[in-house]
Design a protein around this ligand. Sequence first.
Ligand code: 13P
Length: 338
Amino acid sequence: MSAHQDLQDTIHTMVDNRRGILAADESNPTIANRFASIDVESNEENRRAYRSLLLSTESLSDYISGVILFEETLTQSDQHGVLLPQLASNNSIVPGIKVDKGKGPLAGSPGDMITFGLDGLDKRLQGYKEQGARFAKWREVYPITNSNPRQLGLTANAETLARYAAVCQQQGIVPIVEPEVLMDGDHSMTRCAEVIEQVLQEVFYALYRHKVCLELMILKPSMVTPGKSSGKATPEQVAENTLKVFKRCIPAAVPSINFLSGGQSPQEATENLNAINQMANNSPWQLSISYGRALQQPVLAAWLGKAENELSAQQALLKRAKLNSLSRQGKYRSEMEN
Ligand code: 13P
């Protein structure tokens, strides 16, 4: 099959009007933090047991069409010896892979970050594809201050995302393009909107220069919210500001926008997505999730590293996935939490 046909098939399988993506691609230091919050040691066996629990959740594919995995997970198996990417596929969930190698300071642009991992990416993607991955994720991170992101930060991060996306498409792997504008700080919602607009303008200009086919990618952006130390906006305010920026910046050719949760609580992330979908009449894009923490926090809290809690942990995952599926259709109500 040609790379183009692979891309079309993957988009066709993953994008619809009720499901979303589960981000379970925490790097080892990040999953160690998540496990520490429930007093569980982060060793290979615990990570395997936890991710195998997520992927074997019955009926998860009613609400989840794809899962982003971390490299280690590609080689791990469930208790019956089934490789975890295969387990996902067997349960009608498309496996994907985080391919960036983390971030560091961007030289020449104080306060801005840049993500590493482009060298040898084509070879790595070929290997991941043989291991079952059909899509990839790459995250660039933008802190907000009065002077960040700087113009160099905007340009360099956009260029990196576009180079990654172009290599993915060449290999028949659907790229998830993730420019994460961080919620940390005391900035206003207006400042957040201004930054997300700058970021998206630069990202789509770079994708155009690098000849990335917009129909065959997924965008994973942040919502427009006030900084974490500036209090909360209502879901209607988040929706209005997010959609206003998106209409200015995101071409209609992009099939699906799958938000990150970025530190919003599980309920908040569901409420905000619900308001966005209620307000987005006749939107050209699907407006969905690619949540990590907002799907997994209740799962970790129910699991606590104990085999006897696996079923209740899976029920917690299914509940959040279902509520987010309802919010995709603007049909979520807070009473449904109980
Ligand atoms: P959060 O939803 O926890 O922000 O994670 C999404 C993700 O994949 C970040 O790269």
